[in-house]
Structures are given as C-alpha cells and as structure tokens.
Design a protein around this ligand. Structure first.
Ligand code: PLP
Length: 451
C-alpha cells in the first residue's frame, strides 16, 4: 500500500474548546477605540451590535473557550474536515517537499466561514435576537451566515458588494435559497449607501461600504444585531477549530510542518489554521515559518501602514490597530473577492508587526495558474482566494526542489471554487488581468488615517 493520502478524525474528535491566542500573545493587543470619541471601547459600546457572549470572547484572555453542544452538533455535519497529502501535486512539481492541505471546502457554504457563522447565529439566538444584518464580499460570508441563521431560525439581511452581486449570481441565489434577503451595496436602503451612490452612481462597492450599511441597518433597529465574518478576535477564535484538528491530523501523518500557509483577506482562515500552531511556539515549542498570502491588489500587510483605522468607510465601526490601506481605499474588483478588504485582523497584524509571521503578496494570474495545476493534479477546484495559498505552497515546494530539502508544507484550502467558474473562464480565455499595486490610491487613502 502506498503512503496514506487522507487523514480523517471521527466526529467525537471534534475539539471541545476553541483556542484563544490572547492567552499566549507575547505582546498585548492595543484596545479598539470608539469611532466618535477615539477613547477605548467599553463592552457596553458593543451591545447594540453583538450578543454579550461574543463581546466577552472578544476581550477574553482564557486560553480555552468551550464550544457549546448545539454548535458542536452542527459542526458534526461537516467536521472534522479532512487533511489531505497532495501526493499528485508533489509528483507534478518533482519536489522532495511533502505538501498537506486542510480542506475547508467541505462545509455547507463551501468555505471555512460556517465555523464562525454557526456559533455567531447560536449566541444571537440565545440572546433572543430575531434578525441579523451583515455584509458580504464574494458571497461566501453571506451564504455561510444565511445557512447558520436558517439552522437557528433567524432572519438575515445581506449587503452584497456590487462587484460580486453582478459577477456571482449563484452566491446570491444560494443565500436566498437559505432564506436571506440580499441587496447590492452601495444600496438605497441606508443613508451610507445613498451618500456613496450620490457621489459615485457606478460604484462597484467595497467591503468597507457594505459594512457601513450593515452597521447602520443594525443600529436603526431593536430586533437586529450585526455579524462580521472576519477581522474580529471572536471570529479568529472560532476558526481555530481548523488548526486544532490539523495538529491531531499531522500527528496521524507522523510529520510536523516546517512551513504553514494560508491566504489572508481579513485574516480569519489564516488565524484559524495557524494560531494553534503559533500558540505551541509561544508556550515554548518549536518555531514554524508561517506565511500569510494576500493579493497584490489589496496588499494591506505588505504595503499598508500599521495604525489605528476605521473598520468601514463611513467611520461607524470601531477603530482598531491593524495593517490598513486606508478606510477610503477601494480595491480593484479582483476575482478573489473575499480578499478585497482595506484592513487586517488586529491579532494577525500584531503578529506580523512583531515578526512572528511573514506576509507576501501575489498577482491573480499566477494564482489562477497554481489553482489550475492543483485542480489537474488533486482534482479539486479551489476558490480564487485559496489559490493564493496554493501559489505560495507551490513556490515553497519549488524552493525545496532547488535546495533538495525535504520540507513539510501545510496550507489551508479555505474553500472550493464551484461558484467561481466565470473567473476560471476569464483566466482560461486569457482575459484575466493583473492589477499593478495601486500606489497612488493607497497613498491617498492613507492620508486619511491618523498615524
Ligand atoms: C472569505 C474567504 C477568504 C478570506 O477571508 P479570511 O477572513 O482572510 O479568511 C478566503 N478564502 C475563502 C474561501 C473565503 O470565503
């Protein structure tokens, strides 16, 4: 029998607690600030937006936070997700490296996002909330939340970035199938949306604008909470289920990774895979090379500034210390829509700033090239976002080939690309363009950021 390919755990091995990196961070996080007063937020400032359980998780320094049974029960519909050794990709690359990937594409929404959507819907339901407003970029967060809310009987209103609304009708239909109502952002439904449309009637939107709309929707109503699919500490926390499982699965494989890789938009799938490994390092364990991969068109960690900035365009969301391209920055409508955000998780940003992780940016064409090589060897069609991680994994495997070192590479396949075939079509027909790093626009947007 050849070497093993899939490393699977039984559902009784779904972790019982998430891992909170705040317990082990070598440097404390800077507090979030109120967008109006610029004073540190108190938990009470967040109660109009989030249930208390999530607010407490946001500020908790407990290392382990128990996963509620109803959440574990829903996780069991698709978790533990498989860890797979990419034998055929290794062979095609003729590399001595061993490549493993964690496949988060097996969830109902097809990405890692249900890992946080499910607990967020659960805690809102527990607090008696009947409706949730949110934004979505590529549609993956919206479909994950629509699914989770359907499981708990909660209504959902999704502000979907215009560029994706037009490019990805099937994502919208998926949300509607789960019962959510979806509007293109900027929309006429909020003052923030109307203001943008008055100035830019053809606006393709941005996550920053869509967040402003969802936050405004929330604060205007009593029965509604807001929900964010990335960036915040509690989202990073929920996603650690990925890395915790991967630690057990790499043990089954009898190997330890030298290099751990994930793509980064707001940082959640990256945090999810890597934080449990980094936690081991911080508690005195071995050091790993940990690499976050972002698009050249929205390179917050590689070209942005580490500063306090607003989470949204209309300056309604709290200010957090993070790598940012400026809250006014609107990235080109690249095909990895889930990576089009001006900022980055404060926890991921801190780790980058302190030198515990590396960041690199890549153009979308070489990413699709890597995605297609992956599809033709491993058989799975990756989400455009995930192709960024695949690009870096392949590049590291090619370095190992040069040097003859037997590196072990672990990356996160954050989602499948079955709703992204139009993007593949553009690539295959030679119509997919690379955007240069928009230096002037970033410079302009950063002028609006108080250093
Ligand atoms: C949303 C999304 C991302 C980017 O979000 P992160 O919070 O950075 O993980 C990456 N991959 C897929 C498949 C996504 O849906």
């Amino acid at each position: 029998m050849a070497e093993r390919t899939r490393f699977t755990l039984g559902e009784e091995q779904i972790p019982r607690a998430w891992y909170n990196i705040s317990a082990d961070l070598p440097v404390p996080q800077s507090p979030p600030l109120h967008p109006g007063t610029h004073q540190p937020l108190s938990p009470g400032d967040l109660t109009p937006l989030f249930p208390m359980a999530l607010i407490m998780q946001e500020v908790s320094t407990e290392r382990e936070i128990e996963i509620p049974e109803p959440v574990r029960a829903l996780y069991a519909q698709y978790r533990p997700s498989p860890l797979v050794r990419a034998h055929r990709l290794e062979k095609a690359l003729d590399t001595p490296a061993h490549i493993y990937y964690k496949n988060e594409g097996v969830s109902p929404a097809g990405s890692h996002k249900p890992n946080t959507a499910i607990p967020q819907a659960y805690y809102n339901k527990e607090e008696g909330i009947r409706r949730i407003a949110t934004e979505t970029g590529a549609g993956q967060w919206g479909s994950a939340l629509a699914h989770a809310a359907a499981m708990f009987g909660i209504e959902v209103k999704v502000y979907m970035v215009r560029a994706s609304y037009d490019q990805k009708p099937y994502r919208r239909l998926m949300m509607e199938t789960y019962g959510a109502s979806v509007v293109a952002s900027p929309s006429m439904d909020t003052a923030a949306g109307r203001a943008i449309l008055a100035e830019h009637p053809d606006s393709t939107g941005s996550l920053g604008i869509a967040i402003s709309e969802a936050v405004e929707d929330t604060v205007m109503r009593d029965d509604t909470h807001y929900s964010l699919g990335s960036v915040l500490n509690h989202v990073m926390l929920h996603q650690t289920i990925i890395g915790l499982e991967s630690i057990k699965q790499m043990e089954m494989a009898g190997e330890e990774p030298d290099i751990i890789i994930a793509c980064a938009g707001g940082g959640s799938n990256f945090a999810g895979l890597t934080f449990p490994w980094l936690g081991q390092t911080f508690r005195g364990g071995r050091k790993y090379r940990v690499i976050a991969v972002e698009p050249e068109a929205a390179p917050s960690m590689t070209r942005g500034r580490y500063a306090y900035d607003y989470g949204d365009t209309a300056k309604m969301a709290p200010m957090v210390k993070m790598y940012t391209l400026g809250h006014d920055f609107i990235p080109e409508p690249i095909h990895a829509g889930g990576l089009r955000y001006h900022g980055m998780s404060p926890q991921v940003s801190l780790l980058r700033h302190e030198g515990f992780i590396e960041a690199r940016s890549v153009h979308q064409r070489p990413c699709f090239e890597a995605g297609i090589q992956f599809a033709r060897t491993e058989g799975l069609i990756p989400a455009p976002e995930s192709t960024h991680a695949i690009r870096a994994a392949i590049d590291e495997a090619l370095v190992a080939k040069e040097t003859g070192e037997k590196k072990v590479i672990l990356f996160n396949l954050s989602g499948h690309g079955y709703f992204d075939m139009t993007s593949y079509q553009r690539y295959l027909s030679g119509q997919l363009e690379d955007y240069e790093y928009p230096a002037e626009e970033v410079k302009h947007a950063l002028e609006a950021v108080e250093a």
